[in-house]
Design a binder for this molecule. Structure first.
Ligand code: SF4
Length: 299
């Protein structure tokens, strides 16, 4: 990872740990100047492998709790969309996630096999897991063979029942790992339409850390944030073509065109439709990973 990106990454982690996000995002410290400094790099890219999860957290900001029929994504389609993104942009931190990515280990292995030959296109690849599963030997080997890879455990206490065993396995096999986890989460609220002034919605978007840290590649399309991606998939907000990039569209076979479209998306100034259904700026803290008995309905 370039030195400057490392510093930013470290500062962002420290800010999260110290609960400084509300102050920092409002101060505009992490603003679009960073993107302008690295116009050929997506600083953070979430690559979704599955909607399936072993947990059902009521306050999952990515909306997994609303999937009644979650699916694993097709690995070849994920790779095709990544191939097009890499032709247009580098990625600093590439995150493989779900849901829980270790529920679809065959797809994960295939994606890792692709990534291991693309190491000039990214600075690091993190697999984000809730520590509830132990990967197969084949999957462990694929992780070992992928340079710049790290397993990032979200520690949900007793719910992360395999975290200890899995992290010890990583240590034994020489796979880098990190364990992260706060006692509480910021609650983005339910998917209800907020009757509010346009300026309030725009202010939410302006200060949103998710749009800065979680550009999402999902089902061949690039979204501003995961909440937008999944809200559209779940039919909770309309799909607006001007608010995402259809990476697989033929017009983006030209990498220069795709580059410009991606840059415009990540440097976007106008709020997106899903911001009207989001409470990320309410700064409400809730206990982490409280489980729902069944998938939630959107009322
Ligand atoms: S919906 Fe808007 S405000 Fe909410 S996380 Fe996404 S970009 Fe941020």
């Amino acid at each position: 990872m370039p030195k400057q990106n490392k510093l930013l990454h470290f500062a962002a982690s420290a800010a999260r740990t110290l609960h400084l996000w509300p102050l920092i995002v409002r101060s505009g410290l992490f603003n679009s100047a960073r993107r302008r400094k690295y116009p050929d790099t997506i600083v953070h890219l979430d690559v979704v492998l599955t909607e399936c999860c072993t947990l059902r957290c009521k306050s999952c900001s990515n909306l997994m709790q609303y999937y009644h029929h979650p699916e694993n994504l097709d690995a070849d389609e994920v790779i095709s969309s990544l191939r097009k993104v890499f032709a247009a942009m580098r990625v600093s931190q590439l995150k493989l996630l779900g849901g829980e990515p270790f529920v679809c280990q065959k797809a994960l292995i295939k994606v890792l096999e692709y990534l291991k030959d693309q190491t000039d296109r990214f600075d690091e690849v993190d697999i984000i897991t809730n520590g509830t599963l132990i990967p197969s030997e084949e999957c462990i080997n694929a992780m070992k063979d992928t340079p710049k890879l790290k397993v990032v455990f979200s520690n949900y206490g007793e719910l992360s029942s395999k975290l200890k065993e899995f992290s010890e396995l990583c240590g034994k096999e020489g796979i880098a790992f990190d364990i992260v986890g706060d006692d509480s989460w910021w609650d983005f609220g339910g998917m209800k339409l907020r009757e509010e002034k346009e300026s309030k919605t725009q202010h939410r978007f302006d200060g949103c850390y998710s749009r800065r840290l979680c550009t999402s590649l999902y089902r061949g399309k690039l979204y501003v944030c995961p909440r937008q991606a999944h809200a559209i998939r779940l039919g909770l907000v309309p799909e607006e073509s001007s608010e995402m990039v259809d990476v697989m569209s033929l017009e983006f076979d030209d990498p220069a065109k795709l580059h410009d479209a991606i840059y415009a998306l990540i440097d976007r100034k106008k709020r997106i439709s899903s911001c009207k259904y989001c409470g990320c700026d309410d700064w409400i803290k809730v206990p982490r990973a409280v489980q729902a008995e069944r998938p939630l309905d959107v009322t």
